[in-house]
Structure formats: C-alpha cells, structure tokens
Design a protein around this ligand. Sequence first.
Ligand code: ZN
Length: 501
Amino acid sequence: MNINEIKAKYIENIKILNAYSHALNVFHFDHSTIAPKKGMDERNETLSILSNIIFQKQMDPEHISLLKTLYENREKLDKYTKRLIEINYNNYIKSQFITPELQYKYSIAAANGYTSWLKAKEKQDYNLFKEALGEIIKLQQEMIELRPNKSETPYDSLLDDYEKDHNTAVLDKFFNELKEGIVPLLKQIMASNKTIREDFLTNKVKIAKQEKFSLYLLKLIGFDLDAGLLSTTEHPFTSKISNHDVRVTTHYYENLFVSNIFSTIHEGGHAIFGQNEPSEVINHYVDNNMSAAMHECISRMYENMVGRSKEFIHTIYPKFSKLFKSEFKDVTETELYEAINAVHPSLIRIEADELTYCLHIIIRYEIERDLINGNISVDDAKQAWNQKYYDYLGVTPDNDSTGILQDVHWSDGSFGYFPSYALGNAYAAQIFYKMQNEIDVLGLIKQGKVTSVKKWLTKNVFNHASMMDPNEWIVKITGEPLNTKYYIEYLKNKFTDLYNL
Ligand code: ZN
C-alpha cells in the first residue's frame, strides 16, 4: 500500500472508533443526567465493556502498524492529518503496555467511583467513598508505572496529559504568583467598609423560571440550540457528542438562583467552543483536541469576564427584572452586579467568588498531587482538606458534602484536571486583554451584542486550538507566553473599583 492508501485505511478505522465513542458519549450523558438510581450498577458494567472494546480496537496490532507507518511518514501528510497522527501516536506510546484487563479493571473502578461518590455525597459521609477512591488511585499509579517515558513524579505524568509540558515545577511557580497577587488584595477587601446588599441571593425562585432564564442566557451568548441541548445533573458538565450535538448541563437550587446562572454561562462557554471549531479541523477528525485549560479558558472567560461584568448585567437586567418581577422587584442593576461579585472566603468551589476561586484550586492541587505521589493516604485526605480550607480561606466544612465530597473529578479519576481551571483563568485574562485591544468588547456587550465575543474567539482562538499545544497556542493568539500579570491586573482593577479600595 502507498501512503495514501494507508491513510485511507487508517481513517476508515478512525471513523469506526468515532462511532463507538459517539455511542459511549451518549450513554455516558444519559448515565449522568436522567438514568434511574437502581440501574446504575449494570450501567457501570456496560460503560466499562464499551470503553474496553474501544481500547482493544485502538490497540489492535494492524491499526497500530498503520499508525506507526503514518507517523514515520508524517511530513508527507497534510497538516491536519499530521496533527491527528502525532496526537494518536503519543497516546499510543503512553498506553502501549496497558493490558485490556488492566484497562477494564480501571474503567470499572472509575464507574464505581462515580456511583459511590453520589451515594457518599448524599449521605455526607466520606467513608462511603474512600475505598473506591483508593482503588482508582492504585490503578492509576499502576498504569503510570507502565509508561515508557515517565515524568519525574506520577503526578507530573498526569499534569502533562492535561496540559502538555506542564509539571509541578511550572505550576508551583504559577500558583505562587497567583497567591502573591490574590492574598494581599483579599486582605484589603476584608478590611474595607463597603457594604454590598446580598439578602436577595437566597430568595426562592422556581426551577421552571430558572430554566427559562438559562435558555435565554444560552441564546444570548450564541449557543446554537439546534446543535445542542440543556439538561440537569448533580455536578454541571458539557458533553460534546459532535459539533452538531453539544450538550450542556446545570443544577438548579431554588434558594440560590445565581448558582444556575453562572453554571449555565460557564458550560455554555465550553459548548460554544465545541460548536465552533473550523470545518477543516472537524473533517480531518482532529477536533476536540484542545487542552483542558484551553477549554476552561473559554468557559471561565464567559462566566467571569463576560458574565460577571457590569456591561453584561446591564444587558440582562431588563429580562431579569421582568421574568423575576415577584422575586426581585426591589433589586437594582447595580445591586445585582455587586451581589454576584461580592467576595467571601467560602466552602464551595463552584459558588466561589472570582477572587478566592484560585485558592480553592490550590487546595485541590496540593491534595491530589500528594495522593497520586503516595505522600498521603485516602484516610488522611479529609483531614488535609479541612486543614487547608482553614489555612487558606479561614473556613471549615460543616460536613463532607460541603468539604471533600463536593467535586465530581476524583470520582472518575480526573486527577490533574483541577489546575486547568486556574490556568484557564490566566489564559482568559491574557486573551481578553488582547480582544479588548482589537474590539470594544465591553461596549458591544453593553449594547446586547454578546455574540461579538464568539465571533472574535472563532476567528482568533478556536481556529488554532486543536492544532496546537497550549504554549504555542497562547503565543500565537497574544504574542507572548502565559503571563499571570494580566489576570492579577484584571482582578486588581475589578475589585479596587467594586470595593472602593
Ligand atoms: Zn469547565
């Protein structure tokens, strides 16, 4: 076979693999949204069998020999296929010594992890989750040990999976810079005399009304509802089945309406990314290969730099005051803006204010690093969690559900993901700064033209995302490597204004 025939054969396999993944993603979505409790255990088995079939097909010797030949001849391929082959080859190198048995064991452990976490969270008891968590960590360590070119520590290997060329040394420096910027600002805010009205944040709002508002927000930011949908779950996420089927989830709390507003905008940001990659990238099967932090960059940008801005609140206020006339009749536009930006060190990450958010991430980063590297045990993790919340934020969880059980990530083995949120914030600020230099983005948002953000991102950011590693990508967009000064400056400007510092 010549190289074109090999490529055609390989792409044929990729189409079949994609069909399996497609089915698995739909199944997974169902599992996390509408599946009944009692069906969970048998579903876990089905999910594991399906993902094992995909794994075996990916590792099939004939398929791997096509991949190796294409990798050796990658300079002869078009740039999209070359990128696809490089990504798949690197993934193959990492997992080549993992047996199908070990992969199956791991996916069963991850599926059980999710169900134990759900039960434990409901009962507010970490003990019900500990064993499943320990099993996931043990199997991850085993799989990392099988990699041929390991990073310095097991956790470094996982960080590199999510964010290429990132490791603990890079992140320690990054988080220190953030701490140095955030902690003094937080102290100034805590000492300020400004009073922000927040009593209405716990007013009861019916779920049906909140859902109406979510759909309005998704349309406003440019989410295509003909190529996606909105559903509910325990812990909000977005699932890209294909660019024409991107599913957003949220969680409604009757006594905390803002939680849904910002979950919806955050997941809507992920979804807009999923719906708007260039067709060449999609047609060459290389879409959705951006890093986790690149994805979080877009969702955090929508959530905070767009969604929590004065200009965005100005645009949504008429709809807000009309729809929620009975719930918030005396709440002014300024009061709404101030309340959703008020700073309080608190227990729950996804409801944290923009300033203290990164401190929540630092806590998770330190604990998961120590768990994966074997420096603390699952028995010690809860104590470490509570201690760090006291040390960094001055608060102590009242139960395990508002403490160590609050996030879904560890239950399905996503260790190494948390730093992506903080990196995403920093990427977002740097890119938003660049956007503001090119278009009057906040002015446009104030006029209701929120989709101008999507337009600029599609042209300047989404275009390159799956085609580049993060370090190259941020330089391509902004002309310089990741620099925390943009994020710290952004926070300083915003909160100095809000708290009259
Ligand atoms: Zn996200």
